[in-house]
Design a protein around this ligand. Sequence first.
Ligand SMILES: [Zn+2]
Length: 391
Amino acid sequence: MSRTGGIELVKKIIEGKTELLVPESSLQSNIPPRTPAFFNPKAELNRDISMAAYRIFSKNKASSMIMADSLAGVGARGIRVAVEVPDVKEVFINDGNPYAINLAEKSAQSNQVSEKCEFSNLDICQFLASHSGPKKRFSILDLDPFGSPAPYLDCALRSIDNNGLFSITATDMPVLCGVHPKVSYRKYQGHSLRTEYSHEIGVRLLFGSVAHNAMRLELGIKPVFAYRARHYFRVYMTIHTGAVWEEKTYKEIGYILHCFKCGHRATDIVSNMECSICKTLMKHAGPLWTGPIHNKKFLKELAQDCETHLIKIGTKITSIALQEIDMPPTYFTIDKISSKMGVTTPSLSSIIQSIKKKGYRASRTALNSKGIKTDAPNMVLQKIVKTLSEN
Ligand SMILES: [Zn+2]
């Protein structure tokens, strides 16, 4: 395939059940180049799980489901939706790069889904603004930018239908996880904090920022699923209009407080608090989302769909996420506890078992493979790790 300035090689690959035309250069380097067009083969899991999520969401809906891939690159997600999500009737595929859209159009043709797809070559905010009026909004919107999604949240929320689904990828983990707390405040309206559970804080800052943007537009949000894989966060939520939803959303905004002396954590609507255990002044992250980040019904169906469609890692992530529903909003990491105590690290499953035997709740978390969520006090957890490491 030729383009101005030279010849670009294009390759046909299969992802899920879909044939995709991608620049050969994107398959050859560790970090896929942005030119001639962006395609990240390593984001296959991200796209696989989103197919499952969109299938669940669009199933049995009375209204006609319209999906938009707003920063589509070569259209990998959007074309896959047209092929693999039967209840979505129309897919809008937009990217600022005309070469990328040209490839997306060709992929749609080879999958025989051109009639379902609408292509555009606009700046993302222009694209979203053209869908912000009544009867033009999307039932499902995906936002998967390079780095932070923050600059696009406002335009995105205006283009989502009442009760619609919003999925976001964020790759600016150092900002969200406490390396740059001030940048986090500027972009996400909440300070990040470096702790062993900074992934949880990151995801909650992201939901918090969407919530702040939503409330300004008289909307509310309901998170349904969040996880971390490789170097990104992925969050799913539904968007709702009405004063009841605004109020519900407002009530879930607060702070996570951390005591760096004894490791105690708290969630509150104030940011300035003494540790209830050792009386040290606690540090805070936020304002952020303090409510549930998963929805049980959605996750159960998602786990089932991942299993049916043989999305192995998706099945694993969703089944772990199901375990952490109703657990406290922060987790402990076993290597951090054992290294602080100078003991060997026991297995995650043995610690969880021991905590449960003592009558407390405990689970793994979809945000950190070494994390444990529990309502057991810090001291109980330390005692268990010590006992297990001696056996
Ligand atoms: Zn303390």
